[in-house]
Structures are given as structure tokens and as C-alpha cells.
Design a protein around this ligand. Structure first.
Ligand SMILES: NC(=O)c1ccc[n+]([C@@H]2O[C@H](COP(=O)([O-])OP(=O)(O)OC[C@H]3O[C@@H](n4cnc5c(N)ncnc54)[C@H](OP(=O)(O)O)[C@@H]3O)[C@@H](O)[C@H]2O)c1
Length: 437
């Protein structure tokens, strides 16, 4: 199935946007955090190839701004804009409804689309790219992962000459903020979450962030752009960060590590492994050094080796820069009469059976023979213990200690974990984290 993935050279057929070409007419849909910041850039730094013609929002009257030039039409009628002669639709409404219908309608009528909508691209990206290619127009979504960090354009242009086999990232600023705060302020998870909510880094219901839903969508988009693989977000396994305690950072530090929410995918032949969840990462590694709400993406390529992309993963202004960059690219492409080129994507079976060393944290009611019983179960499942860590001074009624395991597959570990979770001295489910080296 030919689908449009590689970003075409903006005017690769030798044509350039000349000074006499009329600018691309752009309609901005959604005047919220990102939409407003995009409009600011377009009004304060006019581009010769772009002309903002419409701003669309529901109940638009309350949105009007004096700094927007008077020729711009403010409206809440999406359909009239889709039926107009605008060249590019900028979808910054978010969510699936009505964004999906709007974007599909725009592409069907031959209008190019720029969007920052991760849900839309994670779920419908491959089909919409194919539609765009078929209609001779473009779909750009550079801001949908890692906000202002230009990792998607890099994957689709700068790295498309490599054969990438691995992508891993810290893609959710909320989780990274919370984990960094637990690490440095030694506060419980619940307090770090409340703090993140008070500062506007987490929503009132932060489940999408904490339990990995947000990162799964972003990982699916990275897999599409970088690994050329169609991955349904719901097929990616996610583990929550809710069980992480300050004590886990103490034990992780003894292992030279810290804990971060990592989204990772690797492709070997027809098999793609993908997972989102908290992992131990070395303190001195790129992941270990990412603090607060920054994003980091690392890629591994067969020829180019490893690359890193770090920066602001969210926020109106950084995200708007990514959106305007996409817009400029589309405008130049349209003037150069270039359209999106086709590239094959595969549809591999998605699993999560990574082979890594593991960190197992137990909370037990202390009694003789605990380690022997755990070791017996591990030996029966052919799991090798690497180390045993126990800090002194804890209440014997709720004693945390850690066992680390030598590398083994997730599928080999889980039957043993099930057996261990049923033991009478265990007072909390075992926390099980991969250790990434
Ligand atoms: N914010 C970030 O840091 C960030 C980073 C990366 C990507 N993104 C993505 O960028 C997109 C926009 O995010 P945002 O933070 O700017 O969201 P936002 O602040 O909620 O803005 C959305 C805007 O769209 C309007 N809207 C919603 N539904 C509409 C409809 N059916 N018809 C017309 N207008 C409608 C909203 O109007 P009301 O004022 O009435 O609600 C609001 O003005 C999302 O896809 C998001 O995932 C955001």
C-alpha cells in the first residue's frame, strides 16, 4: 500500500517560490493555546509565502484580538471555510470529533492540512497520508509529538536516508515532571501529582498522562514516521507510573540509575516491540539527565547510529514554531507544485517482549525465609538474581527491598511474578521495572 511518509523536498523539482507567486491562503481552526500563538507569529513575522485569511472557532466573538489584521475573517462556520478558496487548513482544535471529519473533508477537496493533533494522527495518520497523496496535497503533523522539538521533520527528512530500527523517548512532560519531583524533593507520588496540577503541568484527570495513553499515541506516530510501521496505539502495552515511590529512587541510585517514563519501539524484521512505562535508566545517560517537563527522543539507525532530540515538548509558543515551520514547508511545496511522495509502510505484529535486566521492588511483612521462597520461584522459572538491596531502618511490618535480575524476557518473568504476588508475606504488588543500560 503506497502511503506518503517521506517529506518531499519543498521544491525538489527545481522550482522555487518566486516573489511574484501569490501567497498560500491559510485558515486557522482553533484559537486556543497553540492557535493563538501561531496567529501571533504569523501576524508579527509575516511570511511572503503565507497569508492568514480566516480564524475559525466556536463562539468566535469572544476570541477576537486587536493585533490581528482587519482583512482576516473571524468565523465559527467551518463548512464555509472548507468550501472557500483557502489553500491550507490549520487544524488546532484537537481531539477526534470533529477534527477527523474536517481534516478528511479538507484533504478530499485538495486542500493541504497542517495539524498538531496526536490523537488524530496516531489513529488515522496512515489513511490520511494516503488520501493526501491521492489528492495531490499535503498533510504535515510536525508538532504532534514532542511539541516544539523538531523530531518528526527530522525523521521524515533528515533521517529518511537511514534505516532506523529503534526509537525511544521521554514523550510525556507531566510524567517527567512528577518523577523528577519525587526524585529531588523526596515527596510521595500523590504530592508530586498535586503540585503538577497546581502548576498547570497536569490536568485534573491526569490518567492519560500517568497511565501512558498520551505517550502511546505519540509512540505510534514516531513508529509511523521513523520506522514506517503502522501501529495502533491500543496495541502498545503501557504501565502506569502511579506505583513509584521515593524509595524506588533510593534503590535505583544504588544501581547507578534513576526512573523515567520511557516510550520505546524497536523493529527487527517483521516484529515490532513497543512499550510505554517507567524504567530504570543510568543517571549519567541522556534519559537520566532529562529533568522537569522536557522531552527527549533518541533514534538508532543502521547507518547513522544514534541521534538525540531534546527540548520543550509542549507550550503554546514552542508548539506554534513547529506548526508555522510545517506551514512554511507546505507553502513552499505548493508554490513549487510538489506533492507528497509515496513510501511503503508495513503492518507488523506488535508485541512487548523486551529482554532487559529487571528491578523488582517488594513490600513485605518481615519473617524468616522470604528471600529463600522468592529465590525458589525464580530458580523454577530459570531467572537469575543479580543483586539484593535492602536499606536498614524500615518498619518490619512494611519492609521494602529490591531484587535485580539478569536480562530475561518479559514473557519469562511474568509467570514468576504471578506466583510471587500470591505469597502470604507480600503486602503490596511487586513493582517491576526494566533497567535500560
Ligand atoms: N498545548 C500544547 O502545548 C500542545 C503541544 C503539542 C500539541 N498540541 C495539540 O495542539 C492542538 C491544540 O491544542 P491547544 O492546547 O491549543 O488546545 P486548546 O487550548 O483547547 O484550543 C482548542 C481551541 O479549539 C476550539 N475548539 C474546540 N472544538 C471546536 C469546534 N468543534 N469548533 C470550533 N472550535 C473548536 C476551542 O474553543 P473553546 O475556547 O470554546 O474551547 C479552543 O479555542 C491539540 O491537538 C493538542 O493536542 C498542543
Amino acid at each position: 500500500m503506497p502511503e506518503a511518509l517521506s517529506k518531499p523536498d519543498a521544491a525538489g523539482d527545481g522550482q522555487r517560490a518566486s516573489n511574484t507567486d501569490p501567497p498560500c491562503r491559510v485558515a486557522l481552526l482553533g484559537f486556543g493555546t497553540v492557535g493563538r500563538a501561531v496567529a501571533k507569529i504569523l501576524c508579527e513575522t509575516p511570511q511572503p509565502t503565507l497569508q492568514l485569511t480566516h480564524i475559525v472557532n466556536r463562539n468566535v466573538e469572544r476570541k477576537k484580538q486587536p493585533w490581528v489584521p482587519s482583512h482576516v475573517v473571524w468565523t465559527d462556520d467551518v463548512q464555509s471555510v472548507l468550501n472557500s478558496d483557502v489553500d491550507v487548513i490549520l487544524e488546532l482544535i484537537g481531539g477526534l470529533t470533529p477534527a477527523h471529519e474536517i481534516v478528511r473533508g479538507a484533504l478530499e477537496s485538495g486542500k493541504s492540512v497542517v495539524t498538531a493533533n496526536k490523537q488524530l494522527i496516531a489513529r488515522y495518520g496512515p489513511d490520511l497520508l494516503q488520501l493526501a497523496a491521492g489528492r495531490g496535497c499535503q498533510l504535515e503533523f510536525g508538532a504532534s509529538v514532542a511539541g516544539g522539538v523538531p523530531v518528526l521533520p527530522a525523521l521524515r527528512t533528515g533521517l529518511c536516508g537511514d534505516r532506523l530500527h529503534g526509537i525511544a523517548g521521554i514523550l510525556n512532560g507531566t510524567c517527567n515532571y512528577i518523577l523528577s519531583r519525587i526524585e529531588h524533593a523526596r515527596i510521595p507520588f500523590s504530592e508530586a501529582l498535586e503540585e503538577a496540577q497546581a502548576r498547570g503541568y497536569a490536568e485534573a484527570d491526569a490518567s492519560e498522562d500517568l497511565d501512558g495513553g498520551d505517550a502511546k499515541a505519540k509512540l505510534a506516530i514516531l513508529a509511523l514516521a521513523g520506522l514506517r510501521a503502522r501501529v495502533a496505539p491500543e496495541s502498545v502495552r503501557a504501565r502506569t507510573i502511579r506505583a513509584i515511590d521515593a524509595i524506588d529512587f533510593d534503590y535505583a541510585a544504588e544501581l547507578g540509575c534513576t526512573i523515567r517514563q520511557i516510550s520505546r519501539a524497536d523493529l527487527k524484521g517483521d516484529c515490532l516491540r513497543a512499550e510505554v512505562g517507567p524504567c530504570l535508566v543510568p543517571l549519567d545517560s541522556p534519559f537520566g539527565r532529562v529533568q522537569r517537563n522536557l522531552n527527549l527522543v533518541l533514534t538508532s539507525g543502521e547507518y547513522g547510529g544514534d541521534m538525540a532530540f531534546l527540548g520543550a515538548g509542549a507550550g503554546g509558543d514552542p508548539t506554534a514554531v513547529a506548526v508555522v515551520s510545517d506551514l512554511m514547508f507546505v507553502a513552499e511545496s505548493l508554490c513549487g507544485r510538489r506533492t507528497t511522495s509515496g513510501t511503503q509502510v508495513s503492518a507488523p505484529a506488535v508485541g512487548s517482549d523486551f529482554e532487559t535486566p529487571w528491578y523488582l521492588r517488594f513490600y513485605v511483612r518481615d519473617q524468616p525465609g522470604i528471600v529463600a521462597r522468592l529465590a525458589e520461584i525464580m530458580a523454577a522459572h530459570r531467572l537469575n538474581i543479580d543483586s539484593l538491596l535492602q536499606k536498614p531502618g524500615f518498619d518490619k511490618a512494611a519492609l521494602p527491598f529490591v531484587i535485580t535480575l539478569e536480562p530475561c524476557r518479559d514473557s519469562a518473568l511474568h509467570p514468576a511474578l504471578e506466583k510471587m504476588s500470591g505469597l502470604d508475606f507480600s503486602i503490596r504488588p511487586c513493582l517491576c521495572l526494566p533497567i535500560l543500560r
